[in-house]
Design a protein around this ligand. Structure first.
Ligand SMILES: [Zn+2]
Length: 75
């Protein structure tokens, strides 16, 4: 099982929320190897998306890993 994890990416301007993917059995880091700091987590709530400074982005390495896992028949 996978979970989505949103973080503000400080490396981009204007600041954007980046979605990573976290495996349920390893919640300390994302699939792309990023260490996840719970205090950095962004929890979208209600119409928060309308207030976001920029469009959400998705972490490519994370998505590729998920795609490969699904293609391999992981369950
Ligand atoms: Zn990632």
């Amino acid at each position: 099982m996978y979970e989505m994890w949103a973080e503000h990416d400080p490396a981009v301007s204007p600041p954007a929320v980046v979605w990573h993917v976290v495996a349920k059995d390893d919640a300390n880091s994302s699939l792309c190897g990023r260490f996840l700091e719970p205090s950095q987590r962004v929890v979208p709530a209600g119409d928060a998306a309308a207030e976001a400074p920029g469009p959400d982005r998705y972490c490519d390495p994370c998505l590729i890993t998920v795609r490969e896992a699904l293609a391999a028949g992981a369950r």
